[in-house]
Every structure is written in structure tokens, then in C-alpha cells.
Design a protein. Structure first.
Length: 326
């Protein structure tokens, strides 16, 4: 009698688990393969940017020694690398103006810009010696840049298209990323804060969000914003920053510890985040739940971008670059 009851209990438990197992299998089937892409460099790769439907650039190098940029004209399948001896400092950020001019920011306030789709580059120094790690255009002649000195201090610097400084805001915390939703409205995130501007960066207000060093943000439309932090938190606002929901608590001891570096949402449901030790995670429910991909590397991953063909590109330390086919 006892053995029969135990068998019946096992059958009952199996029936209860089957829906969850099926759902998990279905979720994992949604992920496709990750391919290692040859970059022909071992430099740190910091930022991926699609300039148009054919040209993709990756900013990288070594902070105090070398500026290097990768270029692909086939959607990120093959790459060529070029060093910029006049810069001699690592490139950390890329941005494209509304009219197609490309800007690359390096350590110590050094800059490159191109007006002929990366065929040639002009070197400039802003002169503020800042570590600019984020850029976004507020119109064709107004570039908003954020910087950090560790996480002790940070600045928002407004420059024109010739890289003349128009305005500077100083803060007692580091800033890590900036996004302009319209020429007037945008966000900046940093150590424990998210800021918002309504006037193209002339003034900034603090939003009601804290408890992480927010490193990156992504926006869908004009109302939905996600930010991720180094401690592994993910927050979402569906009302343009007025209120925030913490989707993932990086300080919780009951979930895996992630150090997140970048985040991307392609619509209100599908999102990805990347981070240290080869981490790539995905959500299909707006960030409520996250599932990791199998790791192909243990080095840190710094940036993720979507290709025009729908695939994803991820870059990181030691020249690592991966292509995710969905």
C-alpha cells in the first residue's frame, strides 16, 4: 500500500511539473545560436553602433595607449580594424547625428568625427580632459555628452557639431549614459541617479529611482525606458520616467548575482542585457523574467546592438565579438 501511494505521488508530481518543463523548453527554443566573430584584434571593444543599413562600427582600444575602430559593411559578419595614432587613447563611445555625421569619443576629451560615412576622420580635442562615456544628439548641431571620474564626479557637456563647448553641468557622482528621445527630451543615468531634461540639456531634474550604479539605458517610443545597473538591477518606466518599477533587484540574495553593463529592448517585450564574465541574458516579458544564454567567454561584455537584419551583435574585452541569430 505504501509503495503504491509513493508511486501515485511521483506521478502526481510529474503531472504538476510537465507544464513548467514545457514552458521552459519553449522559452529556450526561442533562443537561436551564438556565433564567435573574428575581429583580428585583442583590444578592448567598448561600443557597437550601426551607422546605416550596411555600415557598423565598433569603438575600442586601450585606455592610455591606443585608439582602435572596427568596421563592417556586411551586417557584422566580417571586420577590418584601424588604429588612430593621433588619438593614442581608447575610444569608448560612438554616435551619429541626424544628418549622418559620426562622432567617436576617446579618453581625456579626445574626439574623432567623420562627415563622409567613415571614409576619413578629423581629430579634435575638446580640452576638458574628461572621460566621455555617453553621447546623444539633441538636434544636428547639439551633442549631449556625459562623463565620469571614477564615480566621484561627473559632467554633462553640451557641444556643437564642431565640438565647441556650449554648456557644462558638474555633479558629485559619475555619469554613464545618455539618451535623447526628442531634440528636447532626454535622460542621463549614473551612480545612483537618473536625470531628465525637457530643454535639450540646458537643465536636468532628478527622477525617483536609486539603489544601483546605473550604467546603461534603452528606450522604446517616448514613454518606455529601461535602465540597468552594475549590481544587476533592472528598472522600467512606462510613463516617461514619472514612476519606476524594479523588475530585477540586484541586491537580492535569492537571485543570481549579475554585473550588467548594457541593455537593449527592441519592443515592449523583448530585451537583452550583457555584463561581466561573458553574461548575456534575455527577457520576453518586458523584463519581468530573465534567462541566461550559455557562455562562450569569461571576459566582460560591454555593448549590444541590433543589426538591420534582426540579429544582435555583442562586443567586449580582449577583442571578443559575438553574433546572435534570433
Amino acid at each position: 500500500m505504501f509503495m503504491r501511494q509513493m508511486r501515485n505521488l511521483k506521478y502526481l508530481l510529474l503531472l504538476l511539473l510537465l507544464p513548467g518543463l514545457a514552458a521552459c523548453t519553449k522559452q529556450r527554443r526561442h533562443f537561436d545560436k551564438i556565433e564567435v566573430v573574428e575581429t583580428n584584434t585583442t583590444s578592448r571593444l567598448n561600443k557597437i553602433k550601426f551607422v546605416n543599413d550596411t555600415l557598423c562600427l565598433v569603438a575600442g582600444g586601450e585606455r592610455f595607449l591606443k585608439a582602435e575602430m572596427l568596421a563592417s559593411t556586411d551586417g557584422g559578419r566580417t571586420w577590418s580594424a584601424r588604429a588612430y595614432d593621433e588619438v593614442q587613447k581608447g575610444l569608448y563611445e560612438l554616435e551619429v547625428s541626424p544628418t549622418g555625421a559620426i562622432y567617436a569619443a576617446a579618453f581625456d576629451g579626445k574626439m574623432l568625427f567623420s562627415r563622409d560615412v567613415a571614409q576619413s576622420w578629423t581629430y579634435r580635442e575638446i580640452g576638458n580632459w574628461e572621460f566621455h562615456v555617453g553621447m546623444a544628439f539633441a538636434g544636428d548641431d547639439r551633442l549631449v555628452m556625459v562623463s565620469r571620474d571614477g564615480q566621484r564626479t561627473g559632467k554633462i557637456v553640451i557641444v556643437d557639431s564642431q565640438l565647441n563647448v556650449l554648456k557644462t553641468h558638474a555633479f558629485d557622482f559619475g555619469l554613464n549614459d545618455v539618451a535623447m528621445i526628442t531634440p528636447q527630451v532626454g535622460y542621463a543615468c549614473g551612480y545612483g541617479v537618473v536625470l531628465k531634461t525637457y530643454d535639450a540639456g540646458d537643465t536636468w531634474e532628478y527622477l525617483d529611482i536609486k539603489n544601483d550604479n546605473f550604467l546603461a539605458m534603452t528606450c522604446v517610443g517616448t514613454s518606455d525606458v529601461w535602465v540597468c545597473g552594475y549590481a544587476g538591477s533592472v528598472f522600467h518606466s512606462s510613463d516617461a520616467g514619472t514612476s519606476w518599477q524594479r523588475l530585477r533587484n540586484g541586491n537580492s540574495i535569492t537571485i543570481p548575482k549579475y554585473h550588467l553593463q548594457d541593455i537593449l529592448f527592441t519592443d515592449l517585450n523583448n530585451g537583452w542585457a550583457v555584463g561581466e564574465k561573458g553574461l548575456i541574458i534575455r527577457t520576453t516579458d518586458g523584463g519581468q523574467n530573465w534567462t541566461p544564454y550559455n557562455k562562450l567567454t569569461e571576459v566582460g561584455l560591454n555593448s549590444i546592438a541590433r543589426s538591420p537584419d534582426g540579429s544582435l551583435l555583442v562586443c567586449g574585452e580582449a577583442g571578443k565579438l559575438f553574433r546572435i541569430s534570433l
